[in-house]
Design a protein around this ligand. Structure first.
Ligand code: GDP
Ligand code: MG
Length: 368
C-alpha cells in the first residue's frame, strides 16, 4: 500500500513534525517520526490542516517510500527523562504518579523499590525516568561529564507560571542541548491559566506548538492523574526526533545514579546502563572504584542477570561506594579494573579535578 514517512509528510506540509504528530494523535493515529502512515491517514490529517493532497506515483518497485520504514531498529533504546521545574510546581507528585500507575509492583510484599530511576511502559515502548527531581541533579550529572538525559520534562504550575527556577531549568536544558517537553501542571486548580504560561514560555524562547512553535506543551494534573498518558506520548514523540540508538551487544557503559553503603549488602549503586549490556560477573570500574557485578536488581526489586541500554539497575559487588555521576565501564578483567581505578583515584587527588562539584548523592539527601 502507499505509505509516507511522517517526517516526509511534515516536510511536504511545511509544518513542524510535532504539530503533525499531534494532529495524527487527534485523528487517532499513533505514529512516530520514524514511522510511515498510509495514504488515507495522511490525506485525512492534511485536510484537517487545510492542505489538499495528491496521491503520488509509486516510487519504488518494492513499494516502500522513504527511509522511515527501517525505524523499527533492534538497536533503538528508550529515552532517559529528567523532570525539572520550580519548587512546589509538582515534580515529585508527577514522578510518584507515573511510577505508581505504571510500574507493576512485585507480587510478594508489593514494595516498590526506590533506586533513583525507574522504567515505565507506554504501549509497546519504554521510558526511563530519573527519579531525582531538581535541576541540580541534572547539572551535577553534567558536571561529572555524564550526558544522561535525552528529554527534559519542565513542570510549570498553571496557577503560578514561569518562575526563577523555571528559567534556570530552561537554561540548563538549552546548554545541554536537551529538548524540553513542558508539563503545564495543576490544571485542576481554579487559578490555572495555561495561556499565561504559554505566553511566558514564548518569552523564554519556547514557543508552544499550538502557537506555531516547536515546544510541545501538555496540560496535566499530576495530583489527579489527568493528561499523563498524553504527556508520556509527547515525551516519546520528542525523543523520536533524537533517533536514540544503542548497541546492546557490546560491554556495558553507564553512569552511577545513586550509591550508598548498605549495612548488610555492602556498597550498593544504582547504575543507568547507557550502552551495551551489563551482566552478572562483569568486572567494572566506576570512577575510582572497581568491582565485579555480584547481583543486580531491577526497579521492582527483582533479581536480573542482565541489563540493556537505558535500564536502571541496583548493582552489588563494588569494592567501595562509587560517587553519583561517575561513569561506569565494563573492563577487561579484575586486575585491569583495579589498575584503572587506581589511576583514576590518583588523577582525582589533583584538587582542580574535583572543583566544587555537587554530587547526586548529596542532592538526594536534600530531596523533599
Ligand atoms: P516539587 O517541589 O516540584 O516536587 O512539588 P511537589 O510534587 O512536592 O508538589 C508541591 C505541592 O503541590 C504538593 O502539595 C502537591 O500535592 C501539590 N500538587 C502537585 N501537583 C498538583 C496538581 O496537579 N494539582 C494540585 N491541585 N496540586 C498539586
Ligand atoms: Mg519535589
Amino acid at each position: 500500500p502507499d505509505r509516507i514517512a511522517v517526517s516526509d509528510l511534515a516536510d511536504k506540509l511545511a509544518i513542524p513534525a510535532v504539530v503533525l504528530i499531534k494532529s495524527l494523535i487527534k485523528a487517532g493515529i499513533m505514529a512516530s517520526i520514524n514511522q510511515s502512515i498510509d495514504f488515507e491517514a495522511a490525506e485525512q490529517v492534511a485536510k484537517s490542516l487545510g492542505v489538499a493532497v495528491e496521491r503520488p506515483q509509486r516510487e519504488r518497485a518494492d513499494g516502500r517510500v522513504g527511509e522511515g520504514d527501517e525505524g523499527a531498529d533492534l538497536t533503538s533504546r528508550p529515552p532517559v527523562v529528567t523532570v525539572l521545574g520550580h519548587v512546589d510546581h509538582g515534580k515529585t507528585t508527577l514522578l510518584d504518579h507515573i511510577r505508581k500507575s505504571r510500574v507493576v509492583e512485585q507480587e510478594a510484599g508489593g514494595i516498590t523499590q526506590h533506586i533513583g530511576a525507574y522504567q515505565v511502559t507506554v504501549g509497546d515502548r519504554s521510558i526511563t525516568f530519573l527519579d531525582t527531581p531538581g535541576h541540580e541533579a541534572f547539572t551535577a550529572m553534567r558536571a561529572r561529564g555524564a550526558q544522561v538525559t535525552d528529554v527534559a520534562v519542565l513542570v510549570v504550575a498553571a496557577d503560578d507560571g514561569v518562575m526563577p527556577q523555571t528559567v534556570e531549568a530552561i537554561n540548563h536544558a538549552k546548554a545541554a542541548r536537551v529538548p524540553i517537553v513542558v508539563a503545564i501542571n495543576k490544571m485542576d486548580r481554579p487559578g490555572a491559566d495555561p495561556d499565561r504560561v504559554k505566553q511566558q514560555l514564548a518569552e523564554q524562547g519556547l514557543v508552544p506548538d499550538d502557537w506555531g512553535g516547536d515546544t510541545v506543551c501538555a496540560p496535566i494534573s499530576a495530583l489527579k492523574g489527568q493528561g499523563i498518558d498524553e504527556l508520556l506520548e509527547m515525551i516519546l514523540l520528542v525523543a523520536d526526533m533524537r533517533d536514540l540508538k544503542a548497541d546492546a551487544d557490546r560491554p556495558a557503559s553507564g553512569v552511577i545514579v545513586e550509591a550508598r553503603l548498605d549495612r548488610g549488602r555492602g556498597p550498593v549503586a544504582t547504575v543507568l546502563v547507557q550502552n551495551g549490556t551489563l551482566r552478572l560477573g562483569d568486572p567494572v570500574a566506576a570512577g575510582a572504584v572497581a568491582g565485579k557485578v555480584r547481583a543486580m536488581l531491577n526497579d521492582r526489586g527483582e533479581s536480573v542477570s542482565e541489563a540493556g541500554p537505558a535500564t536502571p539497575v541496583e548493582v552489588l559487588g563494588f569494592d567501595d561506594v562509587p560517587e553519583a555521576g561517575d561513569l561506569l565501564e565494563v573492563v577487561a578483567g579484575g586486575r585491569e579494573a583495579r589498575q584503572q581505578a587506581e589511576a583514576r583515584a590518583e588523577a582525582r587527588q589533583q584538587p582542580e579535578a574535583r572543583g566544587g562539584v555537587v554530587t547526586l548523592s548529596q542532592l538526594t539527601q536534600k530531596r523533599q
